[in-house]
Design a protein around this ligand. Sequence first.
Ligand SMILES: NC(=O)C1=CN([C@@H]2O[C@H](COP(=O)(O)OP(=O)(O)OC[C@H]3O[C@@H](n4cnc5c(N)ncnc54)[C@H](O)[C@@H]3O)[C@@H](O)[C@H]2O)C=CC1
Ligand SMILES: O=C([O-])CC(=O)C(=O)O
Length: 332
Amino acid sequence: MVKASVLGASGGIGQPLSLLLAISPLVDELSLYDVVNTPGVGADLSHINGTAKVTAYLPEGGAGLEKALTGCDIVVIPAGIPRKPGMTRDDLFKINAGIVRDLATGVAKYCPKAFVLIISNPVNSTVPIAAEVLKSHNVFDPTRLFGVTSLDVVRASTFVADVVGGDRTKYKIPVVGGHSGETIVPLLSQISPKVDIPADKLEALVNRIQFGGDEVVKAKDGAGSATLSMAYAGFKFAEALLRAGNNETGIVEPTYIYLPGVPGGKEIQDTVGGLEFFAVPVELGPNGAVRATNPLVKVSDYEEKLLEKCYEGLKGNIAKGVEFIATQSSKL
Ligand SMILES: NC(=O)C1=CN([C@@H]2O[C@H](COP(=O)(O)OP(=O)(O)OC[C@H]3O[C@@H](n4cnc5c(N)ncnc54)[C@H](O)[C@@H]3O)[C@@H](O)[C@H]2O)C=CC1
Ligand SMILES: O=C([O-])CC(=O)C(=O)O
């Protein structure tokens, strides 16, 4: 029996992501939670003759979150406001930090052993926030907390194929670092299958992967950011974890993790200037992260320069999340 929950289920990401989970044969029960509209979204999804039983909750003064989370094996969190043109992901911190704090508190209380997948931006800071909340409740297991960076990986393969052609479903590119602008570092020198990216196209390609989110924000023109591609990418990551949970082996996905707590992570931490959180390809197993792999040992000179900028940006983003929770003890 696998129970999954989506927190922020009525939103632009939450609805299509819930649809994908509701029709997945890997999910037996899907609980939807949001501050608005879950009765409608839940009634709608519950008519699908898939394997998952769908339940839906509003806050109900705290009881709704408890019911949504109790017994959960996997919790996906896309709750929070999205960007409008002219905003950075960091501009979302003010509102989304408190939302992630409260939802992570719910996880700590009602399903402390669940896998937790954070989509809410700024991911670079919201994952440290969730980690600090779980730590404060003495239930932090770093092998079960994941910042979802899969959309960067999805975009990387699509945009590479736009430049060099070939089957875009086949390109695998380790995208490391964080999830905003220059903290997103695609290691195109390690693309598989190997392709030659023309030198005069490299910089624009890297820039497109780093700022792909801006393309959607601009095109939506005030109506939000990526939702459908994010639901696809978020589901892909959740599905990878559920497949690993079914003892499927050899599953490796890039994700933003707490390096010191995942096997293989300390060695990576030493190469990234001591940063505690960083996205790398991670091998997944029935209990979550099994091993962080280190693609940083063979980067090009150009990628080394990108990484320097990434470290600088991430350092501040991580500290901001950790410091926020240090001031919130009464709210945890
Ligand atoms: N990690 C990634 O790659 C990506 C992350 N995002 C982020 O995902 C977040 C959600 O984006 P959208 O779905 O487009 O926004 P949206 O505004 O359409 O949906 C957000 C939902 O969260 C709900 N919500 C707000 N406070 C809540 C709370 N305390 N508890 C439960 N639900 C709550 C809202 O009612 C709304 O239904 C944004 O922060 C966005 O920046 C978006 C795209 C990619
Ligand atoms: O750009 C945004 O704000 C949403 C996001 O994280 C993405 O699309 O990668």
